[in-house]
Design a protein around this ligand. Structure first.
Ligand SMILES: Nc1ncnc2c1ncn2[C@@H]1O[C@H](COP(=O)(O)OP(=O)(O)OP(=O)(O)O)[C@@H](O)[C@H]1O
Length: 306
């Protein structure tokens, strides 16, 4: 763990019984959609027990990368390995023992309760000869408590606020008890207090030996809570490394086309990005998923993932 990372939140509750010790390795991953390659050759190695934040502009391929790692979006080429298992060589259920994904816009089953949703996280552990067990009950209870939604267990998901729902989905993913946890914008619907709790929880999960890869748009949070930042642009990793080593004005300009000052946060000194004010006429809107000529290849000399 990076020594600048905040200490795990007390009582945030990742179980010692959860599987740990699995390295995640992504090699030469290329994935996309008809007529568009969204991920154009990504290499990534994440040791067990680390938190990685993937950052980058809208449309640069972050979600596609996570979905390909979670065996939900078939890549054109490349490999995803968790421990000694090639995820794309496994059956869906076997893969779901190794990788869990909280997607950006998950679709709930109709009229499901919070407890019912979190129990879905145990589906990969069920089978013909494996019925619901005390172990499943424990995993569900711990996930509900860790995400602060135990009091909502009997409520219907569709009658909760967006932020409450977000934490319930997170509980479902944690209940799956996989060595690798992928979170696509896990704090997007959360107020500051709950965002801090969820980010602290990622540290707790990692401290239990699991691996967390999350997409975040808030660079300050990414820098504060992640051991490693992976910056993507136009389907490629353009920089990766410890946040304080790679977050600078040049990277922010390259990723977002924004001039910014980088200040050390009080306390841990992690980089805080302060964007320069911009008027509407400063710069016409661009699709940040497309490379600008003036952004070029700056930053490709930084540390590559892996
Ligand atoms: N289902 C789809 N069909 C076709 N193209 C898609 C589909 N999903 C994503 N894309 C395209 O693939 C590219 C990468 O999308 P992706 O969702 O991976 O980006 P992202 O970095 O996660 O973006 P954001 O920050 O906005 O969530 C984008 O250009 C997007 O338009």
């Amino acid at each position: 763990m990076d020594d600048t990372a905040p200490a795990p939140a007390p009582g945030a509750g990742a179980s010692a019984a959860t599987p740990a010790g699995h390295e995640l390795v992504v090699e030469g991953l290329r994935a996309g959609y008809p007529g568009q390659l969204a991920v154009r050759g990504v290499d990534l190695t994440v040791p067990a027990g680390r938190v990685v934040a993937v950052v980058g502009p809208n449309g640069c391929g972050k979600s596609t990368l996570l979905r390909a790692v979670a065996r939900l979006h078939k890549p054109e080429s490349g490999r995803v390995r968790v421990g000694d298992a090639d995820i794309w060589q496994l059956k869906q259920r076997q893969a779901a023992h190794r990788v869990a994904l909280l997607p950006q816009s998950p679709q709930p089953p109709e009229a499901v309760t919070v407890a019912g949703l979190v129990r879905y996280g145990r589906h990969p552990h069920q089978g013909l000869f494996r019925q619901w067990s005390r172990e499943d009950e424990r995993a569900v209870r711990e996930a509900l408590e860790a995400t602060g939604v135990a009091a909502l267990a009997g409520r219907r998901l569709d009658q909760l606020s967006g932020g409450q729902r977000q934490r319930c989905w997170l509980a479902m993913v944690l209940a799956q008890e996989t060595p690798v946890v992928l979170l696509d914008e896990p704090t997007s619907a959360l107020d500051m207090g709950h965002a801090v709790e969820v980010l602290g929880l990622t540290r707790e999960v990692a401290a239990a030996g699991r691996t967390v890869v999350m997409v975040l748009h808030d660079l300050a949070s990414a820098a504060r809570y992640a051991d490693t930042l992976v910056a993507m642009n136009d389907g490629l990793v353009v920089a990766s490394g410890a946040p304080r080593d790679i977050v600078d004005a040049q990277l922010v300009k390259e990723l977002y086309g924004v001039d910014a000052d980088i200040l050390p946060a009080p306390g841990d000194g992690s980089p805080v990005v302060v964007p320069a004010a911009r008027t509407a006429t400063d710069r016409p809107g661009t699709d940040r998923g497309q490379p600008d000529a003036d952004r070029g290849q700056a930053g490709t000399n930084r540390g590559r993932a892996g």
